[in-house]
Design a protein. Structure first.
Length: 105
C-alpha cells in the first residue's frame, strides 16, 4: 500500500488549540493545531455520528459535541465514555506551509 499525499490546508488555516474540517478523499478529516504541531483524525465520532470539528479541544484531547466523550488526538484512542472505539489517525506532513494528509491506497 502506498501513501497518497493530499494537500488539505495551510498551517495558518488551522487555529491554535482548534479544529478544521477538511476534505481528504472519501472520509471527512479533522485537523488540529496543538502547540504548533498539526494532527489529523477521522472527523466522525465513533460513538455517535457527530463531527469532531465541532468539538472542544482540551490539551491533547478532543471532546465530541454530541455526548462529551473524548479521544486522544495524537493516537486516536478513545479516552472518555461513552466513546469506546478508537478513531483513525492520518499521517501529516508540512511542506512550505501547506498541510498534507496521507490517504492509504
Amino acid at each position: 500500500m502506498t501513501q497518497n499525499w493530499i494537500k488539505v490546508a495551510t498551517v495558518g488555516d488551522v487555529p491554535e488549540d482548534g479544529t478544521l474540517l477538511v476534505d481528504a478523499g472519501p472520509e471527512p478529516v479533522c485537523l488540529y493545531n496543538l502547540a504548533g504541531k498539526i494532527y489529523a483524525t477521522h472527523d466522525t465520532c465513533s460513538h455517535g455520528a457527530a463531527s469532531l470539528a465541532d468539538g472542544f479541544v482540551d490539551g491533547e484531547y478532543i471532546e465530541c459535541p454530541l455526548h462529551q466523550g473524548t479521544f486522544h488526538i495524537p493516537t486516536g484512542k478513545a479516552a472518555g465514555v461513552p466513546c469506546r472505539v478508537d478513531i483513525k489517525i492520518y499521517p501529516v506532513k508540512i511542506e512550505d506551509g501547506a498541510v498534507f494528509v496521507a490517504s492509504a491506497e
